[in-house]
Write a protein that binds this ligand. Structure first.
Ligand code: PBG
Length: 332
């Protein structure tokens, strides 16, 4: 058959072999770009599997440190720590306890694997009895400015413990400016801020609630997190946080918001991170378990999509597994 458009049009020539495909790969994805979340539970005696997040566990302090070390050995450069305290209160004050689980784990990691970049989540929802992301007002809403105070104290206590990055995730207005100010005035000008600048009120956080010990009631999130319809507002949030001094801007969740990642990557000069959240992780694990999809291939495709959209860094529960499956594992 004669083709009218001519035989020279053959896109398939460059797809024929693994070598040509590797040479021409436009987007690369490897363990350098992935960050593993670790859940620290202050009262556990041994690791406890998280039912809603297949393959993940909550760890006592000593085991969390071992898990961080295992992430490093697998080839990852960074972990993101979340804490579940022994005691919660109205204000979430356990978050800035210098002897809190997260602070202990940071200190121990910095002794054992100082090269590992330690990031700590900076939000009060795991630490408040009511499960909201901050201090409540009389009518049950969130007091934005009162909350900033707690976030600032928490960030300083993480920096004191040795955290390399703090990651404010509560979507409070002015949180980056408040944290940058206290870090600088307390002698931590080089502690970086990874801001969850663009965080949508999402159904895909479901499994995380169990992982973070925030019981059934988590408070109304739509008042401070973004509605999924918003695109321009994402740019406004990200630009504001960059102005306030954020070092890296995060979009969360990643998969339903790839266009937002692309918008921000095109527009901002600071790096963009994205959170491959609990819902998408667990959906993929469960679908693979049911025999519906190939797990490793599906995760690879999701993470590649997030990277291709413009995220330099990806936080994923699959990070360590990904690293172990690739050739980047460190020999020591
Ligand atoms: C809040 C926080 C949440 C997640 C990370 N940090 C939950 C929320 O905002 O409701 C969700 C992460 C995930 O689903 O994987 N501290």
């Amino acid at each position: 058959m004669t083709l009218e458009f001519g035989p020279h049009i053959r896109h398939q020539r460059l797809r024929k072999t693994p070598s040509t495909r590797a040479m021409l790969r436009e987007t690369t994805l490897n363990a350098d770009h992935l960050i593993q979340p670790i859940f620290i539970h202050e009262t556990l005696k041994k690791p406890k599997p998280i039912a809603t997040l297949p393959g993940m566990s909550q760890y006592p302090v000593a085991d969390a440190v071992k898990e961080a070390e295992a992430c490093f050995k697998a080839g990852l450069h960074a972990v993101l720590l979340f804490g579940i305290p022994e005691k919660k209160d109205e204000a979430g004050s356990a978050a800035w306890d210098p002897n809190g689980g997260v602070q202990q784990v940071i200190r121990a990691i910095k002794k054992r694997v100082p090269e590992l970049v330690v990031m700590a989540d900076c939000c009060l929802c795991e630490y408040t009895t009511h499960g909201h992301c901050g201090v409540l007002t009389d009518d049950g809403g969130l007091d934005n400015d009162e909350t900033l105070d707690g976030l600032a104290k928490t960030a300083v206590s993480y920096a004191e413990a040795g955290a390399d990055w703090v990651a404010p995730s509560g979507m409070m207005d002015g949180m980056v400016a408040a944290i940058r100010h206290v870090l600088d005035t307390h002698g931590y000008p080089l502690t970086a801020i990874l801001s969850y600048a663009v965080k949508y009120a999402s159904a895909f956080y479901g499994p995380f609630r169990d992982a973070a010990g925030s019981d059934a009631f988590c408070g109304e999130r739509t008042h401070h997190q973004m509605q999924p319809s918003q695109r321009k507002e994402a740019i406004a949030e990200a630009e504001q946080d960059a102005l306030e001094g954020a070092d890296v801007i995060m979009v969360k969740p990643a998969l339903a918001y790839l266009d937002i990642i692309r918008d921000l990557a095109d527009r901002l000069t600071i790096p963009i991170a994205a959170y491959h959240v609990s819902g998408t992780y667990s959906m993929t694990k469960l679908a693979a378990k049911a025999g519906l999809i190939d797990e490793a291939a599906a995760f690879h495709e999701q993470l590649m999509g997030i990277k291709r959209a413009g995220a330099q860094l990806i936080i994923s529960y699959y990070a360590k597994e990904f690293a172990l499956k690739t050739a980047h594992a460190r020999s020591k």
